[in-house]
Design a protein around this ligand. Structure first.
Ligand code: KIV
Length: 259
């Protein structure tokens, strides 16, 4: 098994796994020193392109962003989301996963669960591709947002899905918007690490969309902690620049190029 994957697996029950999303080199360079996993998520569709969901993001778009992100990655594990429709059967999934890995040099791909793609995960893993699973609220396949696994029956169904993904060979699994007890149950039963988003502290690690925690996306559900309101800082900075240009304070003599 690949070294970086082993490092992630070894963290289970020892130390929390820190993960965030990135869509460009500049952010990736900062994240790389502090994150175990950096994900080029298909959330790029909503966050950067203003789409209302992730359904229409192109493989080529994700690849372009991942190529940029890779330039900032030295130590962390780089995972790239496979967009909706790019893993509809084994052959298509393998062709596209290979394309992503070849062009971006990422370390793994992520697939959302639609309760049918366990054999696709197995096929990719048998072809030496590292796969991260994703259960719970899976934006590619769910129309309406809701917290998943609230009842014992539903939590057990999710556990069953998670176990099938583990058995198929995934090295870890994202739990998105699961009730705390469901996250606890799944995290305790699985050998592979769980990475939570909106799924409580019981997961082996956490992931957030970086633009959300920086206060830049305008999307702040309860599970997001806005660590800073960067939009306000940027706004103030741009206002200052605009004023200085109009008052001819910028460029000042020190910004002149004198040959
Ligand atoms: O696309 C994404 O950013 C994701 C995370 C929310 C896990 O899948």
């Amino acid at each position: 098994m690949k070294k970086k994957i082993i490092k992630i697996l070894k963290k289970k029950n020892k130390s929390k796994i820190v993960s965030l999303t990135a869509y460009s080199k500049n952010i990736a360079t900062i994240l790389d020193s502090h994150c175990d996993i950096v994900l080029v998520g298909d959330s790029v569709a909503n966050v950067l392109y203003g789409h209302k969901n992730t359904h229409n993001v192109k493989l080529e778009t994700i690849i372009e962003h991942a190529i940029s992100v890779k330039k900032g990655i030295k130590k962390s594990l780089l995972v790239v989301d496979m967009p909706k429709g790019t893993y509809s059967n084994k052959k298509i999934a393998l062709k596209n996963a290979k394309k992503i890995i070849k062009l971006t040099k990422c370390h793994a791909v992520k697939l959302e669960n639609n309760k049918k793609n366990y054999d696709i995960i197995k096929y990719l893993v048998n072809s030496n591709i590292s796969v991260m699973g994703h259960i719970g609220y899976t934006p590619q396949f769910k129309k309406k947002f809701k917290i998943e696994g609230k009842s014992i029956v539903k939590a057990n169904k999710l556990l069953n899905d998670a176990l099938k993904i583990e058995k198929a060979g995934a090295f870890s699994i994202v739990l998105e918007c699961l009730a705390p007890e469901a996250s606890k149950l799944i995290t305790n039963k699985l050998k592979i690490p769980t990475i939570g988003i909106g799924s409580s502290v019981y997961c082996d690690g956490q992931i957030l969309v970086t633009d959300d925690l920086l206060g830049m996306s305008g999307f702040y559900p309860k599970f997001v902690k806005k660590y800073i309101n960067l939009n306000t800082t940027i706004e103030k900075t741009i206002k200052k620049y605009s004023k200085e240009v109009k008052l001819e304070k910028f460029p000042s003599k020190r910004n002149f190029l004198n040959g």
